[in-house]
Design a protein around this ligand. Structure first.
Ligand SMILES: Nc1ncnc2c1ncn2[C@@H]1O[C@H](COP(=O)(O)OP(=O)(O)O)[C@@H](O)[C@H]1O
Ligand SMILES: [Mg+2]
Length: 418
């Protein structure tokens, strides 16, 4: 029995290809579509849609094109890493304007006739560039010049630029200001809220045949938290969690399936949490080191000014070294375990959710899931032959389990001796 049979589904509910059949009309996605409709109906020159990867830009374009394809000629440029000439050629090709010449003036003349004829026939001509952050400045300028093709009364051409937020920032730069000023419709796609994410998951499951997969509210909330509400990450997380549940013969998709699923998905929150906390500890360590150095330098200057005879340079080396030795056990931040028997070691979780395992391996059973900031006494450690390191920690009920070293920070403490 395969995955779909197991869940009694007719299709994969969380496929990654933008598909109009699965379009979930969140308020935000609907608003963006409405502004695009408005832009074309009102014959606005430029529209700009930005959003982080995976927020649904290409999906919206699919819906928009389906809506307009009977009433408009549409050129869709999906791979905009082209020279200005290639871009013009690609637009003409997509609009099925076949011309012999490669002379640019000739091409523009033919294009202008095409625009006027369609305008007279009451049809719109729309150019859409997806991933438009990849357009060179030269191509953006070429598009601006094309948008100058207008009659006295109206624009003959509507251009829609869709891309990542950096596109918006680029358009604010000096060289592209003229184009920026012509953009009359702007919209930003943001991730889904927790309530929308929950609705979105149910919606896609129903579209795929409802089936027997059960995701309760807590599981959906966890998916929202880990994916940040970005539809692509929601799909990746949900489909992997379902696959893990299927392997475990469970129709219930549980939190532990979701936590297992995100382990290898870049950009989901646990890894981000890890990076942020690593950064936080690095910053604290740098500040501490800086403070120690400033104090030492200051102290050294004081010593030298108190000394009536000038200190020969060569004596400063040993002096500084001796003073520079940091008081290691009292240091408030120590990311290295202290192997001396003098103090207890405390492991603090640095990711949003971490698994405690029965033995030191990712293959081992999950004993519990713990959250960022929780601290446990370290009772043992172990380094696998492949180099991965694990700490054995004691939890409040006295049980001892293993946690991977890269998701905790370990500090030494003298306050609670063994
Ligand atoms: N409103 C939505 N309804 C249904 N699926 C969506 C929606 N928005 C995004 N998705 C899904 O999320 C994934 C990423 O969407 P996509 O349009 O490719 O994002 P982007 O172009 O912004 O990177 C796709 O699998 C798509 O099906
Ligand atoms: Mg896209």
């Amino acid at each position: 029995m395969d995955y779909l049979d197991f869940f009694n589904l007719s299709e994969d509910p969380f496929g990654l290809t933008p598909d109009s059949h699965y379009f979930y009309p969140s308020k935000m996605h609907n608003d963006v579509l409405a502004s695009l409709d408005y832009a074309v109906e009102q014959k606005e020159g430029f529209s700009l849609i930005v959003g982080e990867p995976g927020t649904g830009k290409t999906t919206i374009l699919k819906i928009f094109i389906d809506r307009w394809k009977e009433r408009a000629e549409i050129a869709l440029i999906m791979t905009p890493r082209l020279s200005p000439e290639e871009l013009l050629q690609a637009i003409l090709d997509d609009l099925s304007i076949h011309i012999e010449t490669t002379n640019k003036n000739e091409m523009i003349k033919v294009f202008r006739d095409f625009l006027i004829n369609h305008s007279l026939a009451g049809r719109r001509v729309i150019i859409i560039v997806d991933e438009a952050q990849n357009l060179s400045d030269g191509c953006l300028e070429e598009l601006r010049l094309l948008s100058n093709l207008e009659t006295e009364k109206e624009k003959l051409l509507q251009i829609i630029l869709v891309g990542q937020p950096e596109l918006q920032r680029r358009l604010h730069s000096e060289g592209l200001r003229q184009l920026d000023q012509r953009i009359s419709i702007r919209a930003t796609l943001r991730p889904l809220t927790a309530a929308e994410t929950s609705d979105y998951i149910s919606f896609r499951l129903i579209k795929a045949g409802k089936g027997s997969a059960i995701l309760d509210d807590k599981t959906k909330k966890l998916i929202h938290k880990l994916s940040g509400g970005v539809p692509r990450l929601i799909n990746l997380t949900a489909s992997r969690a379902m696959m893990i549940a299927y392997i475990g013969a469970s129709h219930h998709i549980r939190k532990r399936h979701v936590l297992d699923a995100v382990k290898h998905i870049p950009d989901t929150r646990p890894k981000m949490g890890f990076r942020l906390s690593t950064l936080r500890y690095t910053v604290i360590a740098i500040i501490l080191m800086g403070t120690v150095s400033v104090l030492l330098v200051g102290y050294n200057i004081l010593q030298r000014s108190n000394d009536s005879s000038p200190t020969p340079m060569k004596t400063m080396g040993p002096y500084l070294e001796e003073k520079a030795a940091p008081p290691s056990v009292n240091s408030p931040v120590s990311v290295k375990p202290d192997n001396s028997a003098s103090g207890q070691r405390i492991a603090t979780v640095t990711v949003r959710a971490a698994r405690l395992r029965e033995w030191p391996s990712v293959q081992a059973g999950i004993a519990s899931v713990v959250s960022e900031g929780e601290s446990f006494e370290v009772t043992d450690e172990w380094t696998a032959s492949g180099g991965s390191k694990w700490y054995k920690v004691r939890i409040p009920n006295g049980g001892e389990y293993w946690i991977a070293s890269y998701i905790v920070s370990v500090s030494s403490s003298l306050s609670k001796p063994h």
